[in-house]
Design a protein around this ligand. Structure first.
Ligand code: DGY
Length: 325
């Protein structure tokens, strides 16, 4: 008998067709009030769940007593109560690898946009305020040859290091829970303690996951270690940063600029002070958001889900202990 899969993310026609072949599918088109009510109605008979951007906590999971597998269309799994899923033997999978290069591209786009003040100066041209040749007031800062500091040297950190080292001749320093000899060999990267990195990097880039240990990792004390020329880039999760401390550092110009793809609360509040700062480039969590990469992520999630529902180990299993359950 076909299993019941609840999707809370729309997939492309070929992926929908593949799922329909192998499962009874309920599609929740959006996560507004009505969609959430539909989701709650569908959960009691669900064996598989697939989607992203929804906090799946114990309360919601308790509505799904037959759930066997959850496939997240994301690499980050901070939206899931992993302990509870594991305790219930529900397999959680994610979509690493396929989004690495695209997310690193986003990081580099923010590095270039902040350093060269692309958004601010584009806005000036659009507003009809380009009235004479620009001077030092509008100059940016170099990217090539500057020190790239990466906090969290996982797959995305490595892809950022590759771009900085080979593309822009940047010395790379990094901080992660353990040194990475291979990364040091390939990109000449050097390990630093967190305070050393914050003091020495021209670009401080966050690429680490949100966990209990990383929440609030960068706050007032850490911004105080950066200098007035430091540019801060966040492509990981907003909650790794104390946003009020970041806003303060940007307003006081104790750091030069910030390129932010993620925020404490998403979508970003319309009254956030970040929206009024010229030295901020803010994007709406576009890390992996290209047509090609989002399709590859969705395909990966479908593979993971169907494998898990067939009783096999999905390739990108997050909670190994649930498999042994
Ligand atoms: C991810 O895959 O985790 C991206 O940040 C999208 O949420």
């Amino acid at each position: 008998m076909k299993k019941h899969v609840v999707l809370y993310k729309k997939l492309s026609a070929p992926l929908m067709a593949r799922l329909h072949e192998q499962a009874n599918v309920t599609l929740i088109e959006s996560l507004d009030e009505g969609g959430l009510a539909q989701l709650r109605d569908a959960l009691p008979s669900a064996q598989g769940l697939l989607g992203a951007s929804l906090r799946l906590d114990a309360k919601l999971l308790d509505l799904a007593p037959h759930l066997e597998a959850v496939a997240s269309v994301s690499v980050g799994v901070d939206n899931y109560d992993i302990d509870y899923l594991t305790q219930r033997g529900i397999l959680l999978s994610n979509t690493p690898d396929v989004l690495t290069e695209t997310t690193a591209d986003t990081g580099f786009a923010l590095i270039l946009a902040t350093a060269r003040r692309l958004v601010e100066l584009t806005n000036m041209v659009r507003a009809g305020n380009w009235n004479q040749n620009i001077g030092p007031l509008h100059f940016g800062s170099d990217v090539h040859g500057k020190t790239l500091g990466i906090i969290g040297m996982g797959r995305i950190g490595e892809a950022l290091a590759q771009r900085g080292h080979f593309g822009f001749g940047m010395p790379v320093i990094y901080h992660s829970h353990s040194p990475k000899p291979l990364v040091e060999q390939r990109f000449g990267a050097q390990y630093r303690s967190l305070p050393q990195l914050l003091e020495q990097a021209d670009f401080v880039c966050l690429t680490l996951p949100l966990t209990a240990e990383t929440q609030g990792l960068i706050g007032a004390k850490e911004f105080a270690l950066m200098g007035p020329k430091t540019i801060f880039i966040n492509i990981s999760r907003g909650k790794v940063v104390d946003e009020a401390a970041l806003i303060d550092a940007l307003q006081q110009r104790t750091i030069r600029a910030a390129g932010l793809d993620v925020f404490e609360r998403e979508p970003l509040n319309h009254d956030s002070p970040l929206l009024h700062l010229n030295n901020v480039v803010a994007t709406p969590h576009i890390g992996s958001a290209t047509h090609e990469t989002r399709e590859a992520m969705a395909r990966c999630a479908v593979d993971n889900l169907l494998t898990a529902l067939a009783g096999e180990r999905p390739k990108n299993l997050v909670n190994e202990a649930a498999w042994k359950h």
